[in-house]
Design a protein around this ligand. Sequence first.
Ligand SMILES: N[C@@H](CCC(=O)N[C@@H](CS)C(=O)NCC(=O)O)C(=O)O
Length: 243
Amino acid sequence: MQISCFSQALKYTELKQKISEMGKDDVKLLSMWASPFCMRVKIALVEKDIAYEEILEEDLMNAKSELLLKSNPVHKQVPVLLHEDKPIVDSTNIITYIDEVWPEKPLFSSCEYEKSRARFWADYIDRKVYPAGHAVWSSKEKAEVEAAKKEFLDIMFYLDGTLGDKEFFNGDTFGFVDILLTGLTSWFPAYEKFGGFKLEDHYPKLAAWITRSWARESVSESLTIPEKITNFVAMMRKMYGIE
Ligand SMILES: N[C@@H](CCC(=O)N[C@@H](CS)C(=O)NCC(=O)O)C(=O)O
């Protein structure tokens, strides 16, 4: 009798957990196909096995949707995660939220020191990588391109250093810092093309980390193919009169 009561209770707990997980899964992502910040969030969602509906912004440059304007009135930018219709904005903040709400398969090490290091590198990546890459593809004069390329490679120097011989930034698991940087790497082939360099020639370990990361299912499912990004960048260069 006791055993059967216990097993009833267990079933009830499992059921309750399932119901709450179902509620948790009302997840939508306001997104744009070329946005490396959206790609980050998509990778995190797949890593966590969270089903989501992607709602694509059709024309981010000229006509933002009402839903985007209402969900992110301050920055009016994608990505926006809608969790049970509540908006969460800014990719790093979104990924932190995802990790807290769905704690299975944690993105951070349980060691507080490692966690603080991950937060430091996440901040470094957020401040430096995208703006430096933008300067590479949007520069026109040769000297300007060279300076932008140097700045980009100088930033990579420290990332290469902190990666070292580890498989991933997190150690042997693909974690928070890996996700943040991998989203941005979808634009790296465009930086290489328009900056006239190969990352691999400068930082083979970092280049090998990109290959490893791109081989993950969560990444191949979420990243826009680099050729498409490079064509998009070429189109923007024409539009801005760079070439
Ligand atoms: N810090 C933001 C950056 C997001 C961002 O720059 N989004 C771009 C697309 S890549 C955007 O929505 N641009 C439209 C605009 O700024 O008007 C994040 O990490 O989510």
